[in-house]
Design a protein around this ligand. Sequence first.
Ligand code: SAH
Ligand code: F3S
Length: 482
Amino acid sequence: MEKIIDENKQGETLVLNQKDGNTRKLFIESYGCQMNFSDSEIVASILTEQGYNTTQNLEDADLVLVNTCSIRDKAEQTVRKRLEKYNAVKKSHNPGMKVGVLGCMAERLKTKFLEEEKIVDLVVGPDAYKDLPNLLSEVEEGRDAINVILSKEETYGDIAPVRLNTNGVTAFVSITRGCDNMCTFCVVPFTRGRERSRDPQSIMEEITDLWNRGFKEVTLLGQNVDSFLWYGGGLKKDFEKASDIQKATAVNFAQLLDMCATTFPKMRFRFSTSNPQDMTLDVIESMAKHRNICKYIHLPVQSGSNRILQEMNRQHTREEYFELIDNIKRLIPDCAISQDMISGFPTETEEDHQDTLSLMEYVKYDFGFMFAYSERPGTLAERKMEDDIPEDTKKRRLQEIIELQQEHSFYRTKQHLGKIEEVLIEKLSKRSSEHWSGRNSQNTVVVFPKGDYKPGDFVNVKITDCTSTTLIGEAVGYSENN
Ligand code: SAH
Ligand code: F3S
């Protein structure tokens, strides 16, 4: 049984997961990528079977879990601050409270966490959540507990996630775990381990369950979804050794998209994240073929300079990236594309930075997620390169990238003016309780007066106005998908 709580604090639980008979209270919050939010739903599901219901109050939690991010130093600092907060609450209100750290920081820091942060009782890496029941018994007996073993097989395909933070309309379904790409700046391959794909059968079952419960949109999640490859489990390199039958029945990402779109014709699908080097034409063709696959690709590039791309161990050139963009726009002319960009990677010159700006001019991205380089311990860049770009230069270049992106976002949102677009209603607009907020196929937020519509409806909306990030319009009727 789920009860909706009308709260909207970043990182915290919006829906209380309540199973009759459960007496213990779990406070769980997540930071970082969508995968972490999705993993917390798996953790909550495992703990529901251990007698825990979720709570929003730190003061009465028996167990506090924080799912952590290591991607940049700032993300780790945020978690450290949260641990201070838990400590204060434990001292003032809740002496019996136990605290566990999950996710990438747990994996990166391992036993150091127990030494550095006295408040922490439990450290669990991203592949060890099924061990939580054992680890919790250790903690109950007064011992610190830790499991940070990474797996070559674990995909949690057999666990039905409890939906936390849900609007009842959109949900995440993870399809791969880990990453084998080894970009030199990135800590993810170290914290999330080797890349594995999940059994398509279990993916279909999870989507069936979501459909039966009224969900209308699924985002397929992975660090690198385009390299999805199922042939019976295990690492991708073992595919070479797989039998002919396994190879003949293997499912790649384009085929998985086809399966999803065909099996659930009224469900809308998105996916994230794509790595340019792994995105093939058949994926774009599959998107073009199905109206229920959203016309939006998050396609991080990180830099526009060939030299920097090589230093980052990104396996493509600027020219190959343009070719991919051209193919996308040729097959799906109205496809939206977004980027991740890093400013101030070691040795980046003004000329390299100008290459980034000119690449952006070519693509004119719809959105962007932009960061100053943050050196991460253990990565190849940290071991082999000096973090030599002064902080103010990184910041200035970042600002130039952000300003250019704002211009492009505005240019892109203006292209929607006057059009009638299908929008899936997700929730009330943040600014006005008289307006719904949803997204169009291109992932742009669309806001319009409520009328008689409700969340979960697919509505045709005439776009009448826009800012650089939001479209404003009027509903003209239900769409054919409804
Ligand atoms: N494939 C992943 C990428 C994870 S990291 C995904 O699913 O999104 C998300 C973004 O963080 C990267 O694309 C990169 O732009 C940024 N990032 C990663 N490591 C970084 C670092 N050391 N410093 C600054 N930004 C970083
Ligand atoms: Fe990180 Fe590169 Fe993988 S950014 S998550 S190593 S694709």
